[in-house]
Design a protein around this ligand. Structure first.
Ligand code: PHE
Length: 452
């Protein structure tokens, strides 16, 4: 299919970096550590790893393959690839657009905290290793409605202006430079954290599973994280796949992305948990965890203020790559289906996010009383997207590829029309996508929601 008249990534390396830019973000630095802390440590990590390998990777392969085949946005892709009369599959794309808005609503809020912490790090106002002081600083920030909203809008303005520039120029240019730098700073943090007195307790927490702590809810949360981490089940990887090159080896590229993403998360975990125990923090602190621990670790080392500022700046930049890929789902739908200009589509999407974002930003201040199922708006958006919409989207995509699209098509597409000798691998992927992944997701979902 014509590749030239659509915007796209300009090189194989560009594809890798941009896809990695979507995967790596606040999920690694903020969500992975905080969920691991809340859900009991190593056991959660183990389930998360299994979910990533058995469900996440096959689904990522399937999604990018669909995107590259259809060369279209998430809605149109299913319309094009579904057999005649079965265009209902396109609801996967619409669900994805909804998930993307929900995620962006709280994601832009957390990114706002990160932006605010860049300034606080530079001015030295978060330099403390005292759990009480750290908790107060964070609490004061999130409970101030004006600053919460203002920072969120700064984030949306920054990300929105990048996405208007287009895929190749905007996304590729921004993501290319950043991931390696972030990696290095994480290594520095690990070195400091691991040499703190009492560090080993953190490693035990992170790597020695206590199987009694693995409840159905923990398993669902780990699965949700696997989806969130690799941007799956809601059309992001499909949309990015539509910009992949025809000669891209999809299984190899996606495996690389998965492994690199995993190493960033593990490094973040190793940087954070030893310090949690060394300084006497609470591992189950929740979303505030990283915002207390990272400053503590930096404060305990020479040049900490400078490094801390750079760290939060890099995290902010990493969050941009992920947000661009989230925005790209609705933007591509609007631009391609409604013939909107890229600028108009970006603007409309950013405005929708700003609207959805208000209740998330105010969830710890003016909107604190608004709850559903005991969750405030921030937690609700997170729960609905990661633990419901993405897994359901994941099941549907697996069923589509495994039962409708079928093995012969999959073989053709994943071998790049026979150019790659990877038949055996494709059969394994097919079995995972057709049987293993959908069954596992369905059982975990029903079990986690206490429906069975
Ligand atoms: N994977 C991103 C992260 O971990 C978040 C994301 C989710 C991006 C879904 C795109 C789609 O930060």
């Amino acid at each position: 299919m014509a590749q030239s008249n659509r915007d796209g990534f300009t090189s194989t390396f560009g594809v890798l970096v941009a896809t990695l830019g979507s995967a790596v973000g606040l999920g690694n630095i903020w969500k992975f550590p905080f969920l691991t802390g809340v859900n009991g440590g190593a056991g959660f990590l183990l389930v998360y790893l299994a979910a990533t390998m058995l469900v996440g990777l096959p689904l990522m392969i399937a999604e990018t393959m669909l995107g590259r085949t259809a060369r279209a946005n998430a809605v149109t892709a299913f319309e094009t690839l579904a057999p005649r009369g079965k265009a209902g599959w396109k609801c996967i794309g619409w669900m994805g657009a909804l998930a993307s808005l929900l995620i962006l609503a709280f994601y832009s809020e957390v990114a706002g905290w990160v932006y605010a912490y860049i300034v606080k790090a530079a001015t030295g106002t978060i330099a403390t290793t005292d759990p009480k002081v750290a908790a107060q600083t964070f609490g004061a920030m999130v409970s101030d409605p004006v600053s919460a909203l203002a920072w969120q809008w700064v984030v949306l303005a920054v990300t929105g202006s990048i996405i208007m520039l287009g895929v190749a120029k905007g996304i590729e240019a921004v993501t290319r430079k950043l991931v390696p730098l972030l990696f290095i700073l994480l290594l520095v943090l690990c070195a400091r954290s691991l040499t703190l007195p009492g560090a080993s307790q953190g490693l035990t927490f992170l790597f020695q599973p206590d199987f009694a702590k693995i409840t159905p809810v923990v398993v669902l949360t780990a699965l949700g994280l696997a989806f969130f981490k690799l941007s799956l089940g809601m059309g992001t990887m499909l949309t990015y796949g539509s910009y992949f090159r025809d000669n891209q080896d999809i299984p190899v590229t996606t495996t690389r992305v998965m492994l690199a993403d995993l190493s960033v998360s593990l490094l973040a975990g190793i940087a954070i948990f030893p310090a949690v125990f060394a300084f006497g923090f609470e591992p189950a602190a929740g979303p505030s965890l990283v915002f207390m621990i990272i400053p503590a670790v930096f404060t305990s080392m020479p040049g900490g203020r400078l490094f801390m500022t750079i760290f939060f700046a890099l995290t902010a930049i990493a969050s941009i790559g992920a947000m661009l890929s989230l925005l790209e789902v609705p933007v591509a739908i609007l631009a391609e289906r409604y013939k909107m200009s890229r600028k108009g589509a970006s603007l409309a999407t950013i405005l929708a996010v700003a609207l959805f974002g208000v209740p998330a930003a105010l969830s710890q201040s003016l909107a604190a009383k608004i709850t559903l199922f005991g969750l405030n708006t921030f937690d609700l958006f997170d729960f609905l997207s990661s633990n419901i919409l993405m897994p359901v989207g994941g099941i549907l995509i697996c069923l589509f590829v495994g039962w409708v699209y079928g093995l012969p098509n999959l073989e053709r597409r994943l071998s790049n029309e026979g150019q790659l000798a990877n038949r055996a691998l494709i059969r394994v992927i097919f079995i995972l996508v057709r049987y293993v992944a959908p069954a596992a997701i369905a059982i975990i979902l029903l079990n986690g929601l206490k429906l069975i």
